[in-house]
Design a protein around this ligand. Structure first.
Ligand SMILES: Nc1ncnc2c1ncn2[C@@H]1O[C@H](COP(=O)(O)OP(=O)(O)O)[C@@H](O)[C@H]1O
Ligand SMILES: [Mg+2]
Length: 241
């Protein structure tokens, strides 16, 4: 049995309206590996991350976390993964950022005082302690994303699942986020259209098309293969066309 942080085998998921969203997806995420999950709109990136995060259960297949099968064990999946949703507004719901970042800790039984101290330290680590008393709905999208990421990191998940983390960020906020992710030393899967980030950050790229994996390899080998990218409804990263 493998003890990879995560291994998916033959995952399949259909939404209730019957359309196939994920069909027969298998791959492994190795220790500290960063996988770029790329594919055209509607190819199934978000659905796959939601299955791995325990937000939905696959109809078929297995998800192993360090060798333990957890496909239907949404509690284990949620505990061991940290999912950054595409829309930070879906993630932030408390009156202040500090309360929001503490929320997961408090929910797991940490007392309020300690949770707050950890939340502030978590925000500091992302250069965002100035946000602690701010209401999330009155912040920029970069600030919201850092607040949401702090809330995930303080719970120390084994695996990060990030859904289009750089979308809507200005160039400076984007660079800061990439630097933060690069320095975390964690295993992560990043669904993204930001191919230049994928080139800079990710060891491996995995292409989804119509819910199935059509390619997996070293990021450069995949992203700079023009024919492969075109066949999957994608194009070369900026600066490589
Ligand atoms: N809640 C939903 N109900 C029904 N179909 C959905 C739902 N969410 C996504 N889909 C469909 O599942 C497929 C994959 O979507 P999604 O995982 O969001 O792709 P991506 O993140 O790559 O854009 C698409 O055909 C999409 O229309
Ligand atoms: Mg998506």
């Amino acid at each position: 049995m493998s003890d990879f942080p995560l291994e998916a085998k033959n995952l399949r998921y259909r939404y209730p309206d019957g359309l196939g969203a994920i069909s027969d997806v298998s791959f492994t995420l190795e220790e500290k590996e960063k996988i770029a999950l790329i594919g055209a709109n509607g190819s199934g990136k978000t659905t796959l991350l939601m299955l791995l995060a325990g937000c939905m259960s696959p109809q078929k297949g297995e998800i192993y976390l360090r060798g333990r099968e957890t496909a239907k064990d949404s509690v284990s999946l949620r505990k061991n993964t940290g999912m950054l949703f595409q829309e930070p507004d879906d993630q932030l719901f408390m009156p202040t950022v500090a309360e929001d970042v503490s929320f997961g800790l408090v929910a797991s039984g940490v007392n309020a005082r300690e949770a707050r101290a950890k939340a502030i330290a978590g925000l500091e680590a992302l250069g965002s302690e100035y946000l602690a008393e701010r209401p999330p709905h009155r912040m920029s999208s970069g600030e919201k994303r850092r607040a949401a990421l702090a809330g995930i990191l303080v719970t120390q998940p084994d695996i990060l699942l990030l859904d289009e983390p750089t979308s809507g960020l200005d160039p400076v906020a984007r660079m800061k986020l990439i630097e933060i992710l690069d320095n975390l030393g964690k295993s992560m899967i990043i669904a993204t259209h930001d191919l230049n980030m994928a080139m800079d950050l990710c060891d491996t790229a995995l292409i989804l098309k119509d819910g199935a994996i059509t390619a997996r390899g070293r990021t450069r080998d995949i992203l700079l293969n023009e024919q492969l990218m075109l066949n999957n409804g994608l194009c070369l990263p900026l600066g490589y066309q």
